[in-house]
Design a protein around this ligand. Structure first.
Ligand SMILES: *Cc1c(COP(=O)(O)O)cnc(C)c1O
Length: 381
């Protein structure tokens, strides 16, 4: 069976009462003498969560899935495999929440961390030390949509006997499956494309290895950052439409990227599905679609970008992504305002950079809105 069928049917057969849709098991305890199917207390396991975990594992073609209360809770679970020690190699241009977690929680705790250029596998190789325990990458990256060659980095991790974890949030399981490319661990913020409606926080980890699963499961039960049954149910509902949503996101994103590219107020557009992306060939090789994130460098300063964003009607200025509704983000003023201007310059995040999360609205409507907002800035000059 293909993914669209599996997302709807795996682990979701009608239950004993004939309920076609899996129930929300809104309970914490399970009766002790009952045949509990392994359920005892909902922090350890909950039936609605277990269905979600099965479907998420399925979506990545993996053996084991684990659901967490948020994406960063999932990343925390993965980082705790290091037991607070050793050395971690991370790609730059990483999600700022992950950067915060690494710098504010793990570095003070003693973890050594090196950042390397996401697009350069040789940099990963050079950064490995005798005490390196894990490589963590994100591809495409945020907000510059750089592509990491996952297979090449997986080879490096294999040669050195270290773990490779890939945050696959931006590509979604529809368009990229890191386990098949040699990664040991896949991470998702299910808050984004997987749930798809910007109404529920969640995270997930998928692995094939039984020992890794055991360790992560032990952490999940012990640390307790689990999603509630309702959140699991909402995420499951979202997953059923993941394939059609992703197709709509990708189609719209390519259309908007091409239109932006032709506009005289746009310096350049960054979208992995454009032949002008420096890693277009690699993106085509390791992804089966290019998702809905589009970044663009506008020919205006930060104030101009602010005026552009204010003039948009269909794109709220907001921090999230991956929902059915389009959003716009100004990294220099939002996520990346927490790092210094120097650091921003080093990564390549300028004041003129905007990031769009392209939703599934009508593409012509989206472009008309962007076009009128750009016109507003032009007439202001
Ligand atoms: C949003 C996001 C996260 C964090 O997820 P939360 O659900 O907000 O905790 C991690 N990685 C990436 C790439 C993200 O976009």
């Amino acid at each position: 069976m293909k993914l669209p069928t599996r997302l709807i049917h795996v682990a979701q057969q009608p239950d004993a009462l004939g309920s076609v849709i899996p129930p929300v098991y809104q309970t914490v305890p399970f009766e002790h003498e009952y045949d509990r199917h392994g359920f005892e207390y909902s922090r350890s396991a909950n039936p609605t969560r277990r269905i979600l975990e099965t479907v998420i594992a399925e979506s990545e073609g993996g053996k084991h899935g684990l659901a967490f209360a948020s994406g960063v809770a999932a990343i925390t679970a993965v980082l705790n495999l290091l037991h607070g020690g050793g050395h971690l190699v991370v790609s730059d241009d990483i999600y700022l929440g992950t950067y915060g977690l690494l710098e504010q929680v793990y570095r003070p705790w003693g973890l050594e961390i090196s950042y390397v250029k996401a697009e350069d596998p040789d940099g990963f190789r050079a950064a490995v030390r005798p005490n390196t325990r894990m490589i963590l990458v994100e591809s495409p990256t945020n907000p510059l949509l750089k592509i990491t060659d996952i297979r090449a980095v997986a080879d490096i991790s294999m040669q050195h006997g270290i773990l490779l974890a890939v945050d696959n949030t931006f590509a979604s399981p529809m368009y990229q499956n890191p386990l098949a490319l040699g990664a040991h661990i896949v991470i998702h913020s299910t808050t984004k494309y997987i749930s798809g409606h910007s109404d529920v926080l969640g995270g997930a980890v998928v692995v094939n290895d039984d020992k890794l699963y055991y360790d992560l499961k032990t952490y999940q039960r012990s640390a307790g950052a689990v999603p509630g049954p309702w959140d699991c149910w909402l995420t499951l509902r979202g997953m059923k439409t993941l394939p059609i949503r992703m197709r709509a996101h990708s189609e719209n994103a390519l259309f908007i990227a091409q239109k932006l590219q032709q506009h005289l107020l746009v310096d350049h557009v960054i979208y992995p599905g454009l032949p002008t992306h420096p890693q277009y060939a690699l993106a085509r090789r390791q992804m089966s679609g290019f998702s809905g994130m589009v970044s663009a460098e506008l020919k205006m300063d930060g104030h101009g970008v602010q005026r552009f964003i204010k003039a948009l009607r269909l794109f709220p200025l907001a921090a999230s992504l991956g929902g059915v509704e389009s959003l716009v983000n100004h990294p220099a003023r939002m996520s990346h305002s927490y790092i210094s201007a120097d650091q921003r310059a080093r990564i390549g995040v300028s004041d003129s950079l905007v990031r769009f999360s392209i939703g599934i609205e009508d593409a012509d409507d989206l472009w008309s809105d962007i076009e009128q907002a750009l016109k507003t800035v032009m007439s202001d000059e």
